[in-house]
Design a protein around this ligand. Structure first.
Ligand code: SF4
Length: 578
């Protein structure tokens, strides 16, 4: 590969429905995924633009190692100004589109403009020969599963897809971007969920992108022998190490009980941090169902050695959804008082099909229930609410626009968001350093930007712990590695060094991540963000959970320390993500 030599980038102008291919800039050689998205957005997008207007930019950027033979390294970032938060956002997903784009040598897709007739639908066909913008009017309004079922009949069996469902077409702020997984059926089950970036893709009138890498082999590293040896060693150590136990066997869904023990399973719109239904929501019940119903664990993208994704079947043994993860089981389950994992699987399938973030949607449904309009635990009612989103009713639009919009409609005050984005399951009241991340990350309440699972941590440590986790997670989300592989910065540096045939130090990797965070903060500053946007919502300060009625009580001056870079400790380079 030799770094970016020969690499290209795709530019799409949706005002004229044209696409062009340009050489990839040498200056961006060490950027990928999230760091590349931030660089493009800060340099090419006016931060004050309307997120769903013609001046906005949508970035699709695979991680730097995508397309190579490094294990579990093909994730793809979707970036833009979030219609949910009004700030910069990156969300990433597994599946095969990232692998395929990079095998073709395309480091990113930058989409600008908007068609004059926004009732039209378009698609991007991407192959080794180039990119074409084609009409996709016939697919208008299709749910993700039906869309992909139809596309797989006409496209090559090698093609992967990036798509939006009706939520994205309706430009709802909770809309996700779907990527097809590595299964033969190429299901649209992997979602860049957070921040409403599906609405941004919808505002460009792009219904889907197809990427056909044909028989293109994996990308070659400059020091291919060393790269291959490192990949093999890393794989062996992972497969023989302790990490083999939780995720590959049970997926993240098995975290429910552990999280419940530390009061970080949201219950009934987060009025408690523990759920009495933990046994029927625990992912172990899903694993137990494999024997009778079929399904099982699989890898969502080619080359993943973790295989944490569960395939969930219905009682008749037919595929229902994949993957049913911890965040979904808690936000759409316990947080809505819904006790059965099978019901949550139905809700997950509806979210994937309509193209919705399960975290934002679960938070919105719980707020609706908490406002007294629907009983907690009403699983059928919740499913109907999701169908209403696809139908575009007024209520459906409010739920589809997320927690803040639902709270506003219901005139309900208990709304747990930071920067307008719903809190994930990992609760900032017991997990203070995670709370610092939610307050200071440019993305708002997003655990993937720097989760720290360490209840009872000293207040003196939380800002640095948050900052280190944010740097580590930024580095991972720029590399293409999945966070569930749990690589550290030192390992990322070693992989990069073999890719480029020159030493890339661990300090460089940390500096690139920090630079990315600074660019994201700068984007938000120019967009009008200020200190008020860094505050935890009142419900976290007033509604205590657990036996000690724990609340968020961290002074803002402690939170703000995460903005000033700490002297790096050894742990920064060697720690694994939480
Ligand atoms: S570790 Fe899990 S989520 Fe990550 S790429 Fe593999 S199967 Fe997908």
């Amino acid at each position: 590969m030799g770094g970016p030599t020969g690499d290209r980038m795709i530019r799409v102008d949706m005002t004229n429905q044209t696409a062009s291919i340009e050489p990839y800039p040498e200056d961006w050689k060490l950027l990928g995924g999230r760091s590349l998205s931030a660089r493009i957005l800060l340099s090419e997008c006016d931060p004050t633009c309307e997120p769903l207007g013609p001046d906005h930019i949508l970035v699709i950027a695979p991680g730097l190692l995508a397309g190579t033979s490094a294990p579990t390294s093909g994730r793809i970032s979707v970036g833009g100004k979030s219609p949910l938060t009004g700030g910069i956002k990156e969300a990433n997903a597994g599946g095969d589109p990232g692998q395929d784009l990079m095998k073709l040598g395309y480091r990113c897709i930058v989409v600008k403009g908007q068609p004059a007739d926004t009732n039209k639908r378009y698609a991007l066909d991407i192959t080794a020969d180039g990119v074409n913008v084609i009409s996709a009017d016939e697919h208008k309004g299709k749910w993700n599963y039906k869309l992909i079922e139809d596309l797989t009949k006409t496209y090559s069996p090698k093609a992967s897809f990036i798509s939006i469902g009706p939520a994205g077409e309706m430009k709802l702020s909770g809309a996700s971007v779907a990527c097809t997984d590595s299964d033969q059926d190429r299901r649209p089950a992997r979602h860049a969920g957070r921040g409403g970036l599906g609405a941004v893709m919808g505002s460009k009138c792009i219904k889907y992108m197809s990427i056909d890498a044909g028989k293109r082999p994996a990308r070659k590293a400059e020091k291919s022998k060393e790269f291959s040896a490192m990949s093999k060693k890393y794989t062996k150590e992972y497969q023989e190490g302790p990490a083999q136990e939780p995720f590959p066997k049970w997926g993240t869904s098995a975290l429910v009980t552990e999280a419940n023990n530390i009061y970080t399973v949201p219950y009934k719109n987060r009025v408690e941090g523990r759920s009495p239904d933990v046994d029927t929501l625990d992912g172990m019940r899903i694993v137990e169902s494999f024997e009778e119903r079929g399904g099982g664990m699989h890898n969502c993208m080619t080359g993943c050695i973790v295989k944490c994704s569960n395939i969930v079947n219905d009682k008749d043994g037919n595929y229902k959804t994949s993957a049913l993860e911890f965040e979904t089981l808690t936000l759409l389950g316990s947080n809505c008082g819904i006790a059965s994992w099978d019901d949550v699987a139905d809700l997950d399938r509806l979210c994937d099909d309509i193209g919705l973030d399960t975290i934002e949607t679960g938070a919105a449904v719980a707020i609706y229930m908490d406002s007294g309009e629907m009983d907690f635990g009403n699983a059928e009612g919740a499913k109907n609410l999701l169908r209403e989103i696809a139908e575009g009713t007024d209520l459906g639009k409010a739920i589809g626009n997320g927690a803040v919009a639902t709270g506003r409609r219901q005139k309900h005050k208990r709304v747990g968001t930071v920067k307008g984005q719903a809190l994930p399951a990992w609760d900032p009241r017991p997990l203070k350093a995670a709370g610092v991340t939610y307050c200071t990350s440019a993305m708002g309440a997003d655990h993937t930007t720097g989760l720290v699972v360490d209840p009872g941590q000293s207040i003196d440590d939380i800002a640095q712990a948050s900052q280190e986790a944010q740097i580590l997670n930024t580095a991972i989300d720029s590399s293409g590695f999945c966070q569930f592989l749990m690589p550290n910065i030192e390992e990322i540096a070693e992989f990069y060094s073999h890719v480029f045939g020159e030493q890339v130090t661990r300090e460089q990797i940390a500096d690139i991540a920090w630079q990315c965070m600074q660019e994201e903060w700068e984007f938000n500053r120019r967009a009008g963000f200020g200190p008020k946007d860094d505050e935890m919502p009142d419900t976290m300060k007033e509604d205590g959970i657990g036996p000690e009625k724990t609340v968020w009580d961290i002074p803002q001056e402690i939170v703000n320390k995460a903005y000033e870079r700490f002297d790096p400790r050894e742990e920064l380079f060697t720690q694994k993500p939480s």
